[in-house]
Write a protein that binds this ligand. Structure first.
Ligand SMILES: [Fe+2]
Ligand SMILES: [Fe+2]
Length: 358
């Protein structure tokens, strides 16, 4: 049994426009980077693969996919209560993260135009796709009489600076985990159409292929930079990013367990499968992957989630600020402890098996 937290009633910025949820470590981030350093990347070591992926992006297989067909044209007022709140929350989170991708890719495309037209072109295709994804999700929110003011979001969110290397690691992982998140929901809906309470999920099959291609582009870029996979520091960073992405995923899935239960998905099984599949996929890009079969791997991830729920409960309590501060220390220390133990689990080397496992 998974503890699920009731989703709060959405707050409004103005009528029909939802106030963005407060930024936390778990809400989707907005990124900025050293654009000149990206422009200077020497991609010659893997140029053929990069060009092949760009050709795929240029083909724009999904140009006619994001159409709101007749199925959407009806009232959705029958979706009520926790189901409605949890669904709005899901849409907002997804829309924000798609839009965050759009802003980063658009800016990369703009800033690289002069000095690196090939990569600039690639980022333009990525931005095109993410704009479609974010727009489609925002229109789904509008079906529930709410939408996100994406202009407001652009101007008011905090932008986190990541050097290009971190951007390549994290965006690669977020595209691939995004692929698995969408495709597994889609497969579940195919097997259990009774849970398809809104037609958005029908769109996920081709949609997730966009994310797959985006991930392939970042994989090709990563493999063009030897230092990102062929050094001991790269191995330490890869372990760190795999772990933080999986821990964040676990915490958000369990925090939003009620949404997954609404659509008949078992949060724990879903979380484990998404992580295992993403971990296996990333063997194509990374010099190592995590050992998800270690007996304590998922247990420790869930301990992080348990402690995260404790922190949320403390934050929502009526205690004075200073009391809340001290109450949060033990769960924060527990999360860091479990993360450290997870980090120390012996990883699985992938370079030796490259070519045979792919
Ligand atoms: Fe996307
Ligand atoms: Fe994407």
């Amino acid at each position: 049994m998974v503890d699920s937290v009731a989703t709060p009633e959405p707050q409004l910025l103005k009528p029909g426009i939802k106030a963005p949820v407060a930024e936390t470590l778990l809400t989707p981030r907005f990124y900025t980077t050293d654009f000149d350093a990206v422009a200077r990347l020497d991609i010659s070591a893997n140029e053929a693969e990069i060009k092949a992926v760009i050709d795929e992006l240029r083909a724009d297989y999904n140009r006619h996919h994001f159409v709101r067909d007749d199925e959407f044209k009806q009232s959705w007022d029958h979706i009520t209560g926790e189901k409605r709140r949890a669904f709005i929350d899901f849409l907002e989170r997804s829309c924000t993260s798609e839009f965050s991708g759009f802003l980063l890719f658009k800016e990369l495309s703009r800033r690289l135009k002069k000095n690196n037209p090939l990569l600039s072109q690639a980022f333009e295709y990525l931005a095109r796709d993410e704009a479609r994804h974010a727009g489609f999700l925002n229109k789904s929110m509008a079906d529930l009489n709410l939408s996100l003011d994406l202009n407001f979001l652009t101007k008011n969110r905090t932008y986190t600076f990541f050097p290009p290397e971190w951007i390549i690691y994290t965006v690669y992982l977020s595209e691939k985990i995004g692929y698995w998140r969408y495709i597994l929901v889609h497969q579940h809906m195919q097997e259990h159409p009774e849970y398809q309470f809104y037609p958005l999920f029908r769109k996920f099959e081709s949609w997730c292929q966009d994310e797959n291609r985006h991930g392939d582009f970042f994989k090709a870029l990563l493999r063009s930079q030897t230092k990102l996979w062929k050094s001991w520091t790269a191995k330490l960073w890869v372990r760190f990013f795999l772990l933080t992405v999986f821990a964040t995923h676990t915490m958000t899935v369990f925090e939003r367990a009620s949404f997954y239960e609404t659509i008949g998905i078992h949060p724990r099984k879903y979380n484990n499968r998404v992580i295992q599949e993403t971990n296996n996929t990333s063997a194509r890009a990374f010099p190592l992957i995590l050992n998800t079969n270690h007996p304590l791997f998922f247990w420790r991830l869930e301990q992080c989630s348990e402690n995260n729920l404790k922190i949320a409960a403390i934050k929502n309590s009526n205690q004075p600020g200073i009391v809340k501060f001290f109450q949060q220390i033990p769960p924060v220390v527990a999360i860091l402890w479990h993360m450290l133990q997870l980090y120390l689990i012996k990883p699985i080397e992938t370079e030796a098996t490259r070519g045979t496992v792919l």
